[in-house]
Design a protein around this ligand. Structure first.
Ligand SMILES: [Zn+2]
Length: 190
């Protein structure tokens, strides 16, 4: 009996050679007895080959069209997404999250930004000069602002833009003084 793969292969080859006639006859009979099955299979194989060829040919002939279609799809989706984002930012939830993201980017720190926002949105007068606060896309003197300590990020008051700017400049001066003091006390003798 054949042992290795090569031997088995050789054996099968020889067997097929020796029994060529019988095997061919058997196959014919099998085909005859299962003619419908074979026809169906042939049909499927033919359709499969045709589809593959058609698809390849189609792709080859319509490269530019496809490129154009992809571009349009991308553009359409981009516009749609931008529009959705724009609409979302106009909703109450959108406005809130945009504001909180803005605060975080300014270095403002809090363990509960929901509460901070509640306080921010419900404060109607500047906590320093008592002027009525306004809300808008562009800053005016009375625009509502969240004042924070610039060195630590700690939240202080809800102010008008005018008072907030003044505090900011005081903060920067303080930071400068602190830096100088730090440098003074940490200087080393040469
Ligand atoms: Zn004010």
């Amino acid at each position: 009996m054949p042992q290795t793969k090569e031997e088995k292969k050789q054996y099968q080859k020889e067997y097929r050679e020796k029994n060529k006639e019988i095997l061919s006859q058997k196959q014919k009979e099998h085909r005859k007895n299962n003619i419908e099955l074979y026809r169906q299979k042939d049909k499927e194989d033919y359709q499969k080959r045709k589809n593959t060829l058609n698809h390849k040919e189609y792709q080859e002939n319509n490269k530019d069209k496809k490129r154009e279609r992809d571009k349009l799809y991308y553009q359409k989706n981009k516009d749609k997404k931008n529009q959705q984002r724009k609409e979302w930012s106009q909703t109450e939830q959108g406005k809130k999250l945009c504001k909180i993201t803005d605060w975080k980017s300014q270095g403002i720190k809090s363990s509960n930004f929901d509460l901070v926002y509640e306080r921010y949105i419900n404060t109607n007068y500047c906590e320093v000069c008592n002027i009525e606060l306004t809300h808008g896309r562009y800053n005016t003197k009375t625009t509502r602002c969240l004042d924070h300590q610039h060195a630590s990020g700690e939240i202080r008051n809800i102010l008008c833009h005018h008072c907030n700017t003044q505090r900011k400049s005081i903060d920067l001066k303080h930071m400068y003084v602190l830096q100088e003091l730090h440098r003074y006390f940490n200087r080393t003798e040469i």
